[in-house]
Design a protein around this ligand. Structure first.
Ligand SMILES: [Zn+2]
Ligand SMILES: [Zn+2]
Length: 354
């Protein structure tokens, strides 16, 4: 038997004793080392439920761990390997799938939101195709659990078509914003700054090596130019999904610049008249971001994230502010939902309470 944190209904998230799944055929069994709490998990538990209202369901889609068992058609050599899991289970037949754009699949399954995921001691993985192996024994499972959000951050920077020396302004100083800033640095950006309106996030970002402006107290456009030899930003990554930030992003970007729309919106967005005109007047590029790219052409962004973490060129673990064992997970969800704790990244770690 194993423990698994399952959603039984909206608001009913608890730890159950269930049997350990057994891998068949091409399936792998992963012992979960760590599984991150995604921003999307909080409304999933308290407001929305699972995407197909399927219950009970083990949540958690940001996880890493060790392969401990494989089905009879899977490679036995995978046993003992650590890695991250690409949680999307695409149909493989729709046009996006046939062109290698699995994250855009029209009919997908998903570990942790549609099928059982990583908030458990073990998780069944459909096949080795989902497994992104780490090649450094020093890379921890906690770091591997950060691969999913870290790859989303990388994808946003790639979508911005960052060139060496370009300046980047990022709205939203949560874990993805900070990791986007780190990718921008790796990709050769010049001035890089974050913006937030929450004091705790601003001070956390500053303590973790970033320049972070206060969107409520500072004139962001002027403050960024002061950092950037008087120039507006070449690329703005909008990571909050709010109308205030989108309008500021339009204001802060240069002529022919790019705005990367990364943050999920939760209500209607109004673009102010002057900003709407600026999109035309500055001939801006507005690009959307949806997840990440998991295919070798042009590059598998997941494999690249793990490689950069393995080589210690991308740092992720220092962003973990809260970790708990499986039994404490429902309580941590409550505390986050009720805003009793201020988190950067919170995760379930099998190490805690073991
Ligand atoms: Zn996520
Ligand atoms: Zn598909």
């Amino acid at each position: 038997m194993m423990k698994a944190a399952r959603l039984h209904a909206i608001g009913d998230f608890r730890v159950d004793e269930v049997s350990i799944p057994q891998p068949q055929g091409k399936q792998l069994l992963m012992r979960i080392g760590a599984c991150g709490i995604c921003g999307s998990d909080i409304p999933r538990v308290f407001e929305l439920g699972t995407s197909k209202q399927k219950y009970p369901l083990v949540l958690g889609h940001e996880f890493g761990g060790e392969i401990v068992k494989v089905g009879n058609q899977a490679d036995l050599a995978l046993v003992g390997k650590h890695g991250a899991i690409f949680p999307c289970i695409p149909c493989r037949f729709c046009p996006p799938c046939l062109s290698g754009n699995y994250a855009m699949c029209l009919d997908y399954d998903y570990l942790g939101s549609r099928s059982d995921g990583g908030f458990a001691e073990y998780c069944l993985i459909p096949s080795s195709w989902h497994f992104v192996e780490s090649h450094n024994v020093q890379t921890t499972d906690e770091a591997l659990s950060m691969v999913e959000p870290c790859t989303v951050a990388q994808h946003a920077v790639r979508r911005g078509d960052l060139r060496a020396g370009y300046s980047v302004l990022i709205f939203g100083a949560g874990p993805i914003g900070i990791m986007a800033a780190r990718w921008a640095h790796i990709f050769g950006a010049g001035t890089i700054a974050l913006v937030d309106v929450v004091e705790d996030k601003i001070s956390f970002a500053k303590q973790h090596g970033q320049i972070c402006l206060h969107g409520g107290k500072e004139d962001v456009n002027a403050a960024f130019r002061a950092l950037n030899q008087g120039r507006p930003a070449d690329i703005v990554i909008e990571g909050t999904g709010t109308q205030a930030a989108l309008n500021q992003a339009i204001d802060c970007v240069r002529t022919f610049g790019t705005i990367v729309m990364l943050g999920n919106p939760h209500k209607d967005t109004t673009i102010q008249l002057g900003c709407h005109s600026s999109i035309l007047r500055k001939e801006l590029n507005l690009v959307g971001v949806w997840n990440s790219h998991y295919f070798d052409l042009p590059i598998n962004e997941w494999v690249y994230t793990v490689k950069m973490i393995d080589e210690k060129k991308m740092m992720v673990e220092d962003l973990v502010t809260h970790r708990c064992g499986i039994d404490e997970l429902p309580q941590l969800f409550d505390d986050i939902y009720e805003k009793k704790v201020s988190i950067c990244k919170a995760l379930y770690s099998a190490e805690v309470g073991r």
